[in-house]
Design a protein around this ligand. Structure first.
Ligand code: CA
Length: 350
């Protein structure tokens, strides 16, 4: 805490004549990073209310928010939905806020003011908003806002957790953008605790599902493997509940049994890459679809240059490499028809 105060005082003292030597030394690899650092808001749920912390140009601003400004209780999401409306899916946004906004706007999912524009449709984020990029927090708040707006219009936003959500929530910070080390230091809060149980977004994240079924289509970040289904029932509510509860379990404890391997191993819902790597036959896929009583599975996690159909449209891969920050696509599903939406908003039917 003392260190943080020193940094803030130093930055106050030296704001007019460049940055202090101490700060220069500590952030020499990123010139001026400290002064240009802007992040947040992070909203903490404390005894005396909601505390919002924001960083602007290296300075931390705190304020107490009016009670009720944000929900603090988020019931677990449902695992199954039916709709006759449009469905749109994408994944692996990895902090690429600006590109995601462009993709959403051009495909009319949001309007020019970043508000929900998809009516009663369903938007599915198939995991991995966290890590790599430098606008993770902005993206989470955008999805949070759209979720509320969609609900008000009879639509839905589903944010499914991917391996990178689980990594960060389990304090595996190997892939966070370096910017977030500075945020963590300035706020004096470990990065994973910025999304901990006493934060608005942390509780919101802990209400999310890992696997979802809409109509005849399953959505899941990595995929459903035969190995996974061999030891799990088709009851998605139960599976989601197991995953949700595992967020607050230690890795060590989970690794003491088969649990970690089943739910976090390479055949798990969040890490599986089999549709792309395992040379499965179409019969294998048909059998898998029977196991989950569905006709299609939509996955992220394996990066391609665009949205890709596999096994005669039984499987769709929606990780279109948004993480590179250059291009991205979405998958539309309407009346059992599939098409991909390009970054420019063109629709190409499969
Ligand atoms: Ca992934």
């Amino acid at each position: 805490m003392i260190k943080i105060r020193v940094i803030i005082i130093l930055s106050l003292l030296t704001i007019s004549n460049g940055y202090s030597q101490e700060i220069e030394k500590r952030y020499h690899s990123v010139p001026n990073a400290h002064y240009e650092h802007t992040d947040g808001p992070y909203v903490f749920i404390e005894k005396n209310g909601l505390i919002e912390k924001t960083i602007k140009k290296g300075m931390v601003f705190s304020r107490v928010l009016a009670a009720g400004m944000y929900d603090t209780v988020f019931p677990p999401e449902k695992s199954t939905y039916h709709t006759k409306k449009n469905i749109v899916a994408l994944s692996d946004l990895h902090g690429q806020y600006d590109l995601a906004v462009k993709l959403f706007r051009n495909n009319k999912i949001i309007d020019k003011n970043l508000n929900w524009n998809f009516g009663k449709g369903h938007l599915v984020i198939v995991g991995d908003i966290f890590d790599r990029g430098d606008k993770v927090n902005e993206l989470l708040w955008l999805i949070y806002k759209l979720e509320g707006q969609a609900k008000n219009e009879g639509g839905r936003v589903h944010f499914l957790l991917g391996n990178h959500e689980y990594m960060v929530l389990h304090n595996d910070l190997r892939y966070i953008h370096e910017k977030y080390n500075l945020t963590s230091e300035l706020l004096n809060v470990a990065y994973n605790d910025l999304y901990g149980l006493n934060t608005v977004l942390g509780r919101w994240l802990r209400s999310k599902s890992t696997i979802l079924k809409i109509n005849n289509t399953v959505f899941v970040h990595g995929g459903v493997s035969a190995d996974f289904m061999a030891v799990n029932d088709i009851d998605f509510d139960t599976i989601n509940d197991i995953m949700r509860k595992s967020i607050n379990r230690s890795k060590k404890e989970m690794k003491a049994t088969d649990f970690y391997n089943i739910y976090y191993g390479d055949k798990s819902l969040i890490w599986y890459r089999g549709y792309f790597k395992d040379n499965l036959s179409e019969t294998d896929i048909t059998n898998l679809l029977k196991m989950v009583n569905s006709e299609h599975i939509v996955v992220g996690h394996c990066s391609n240059e665009e949205v890709v159909p596999l096994f005669n449209n039984k499987i769709f891969g929606v990780d279109s490499s948004i993480k590179k920050g250059k291009y991205g696509e979405v998958l539309f599903i309407k009346n059992k028809k599939f098409s991909r939406g390009t970054l420019d908003g063109k629709k190409i039917h499969f």
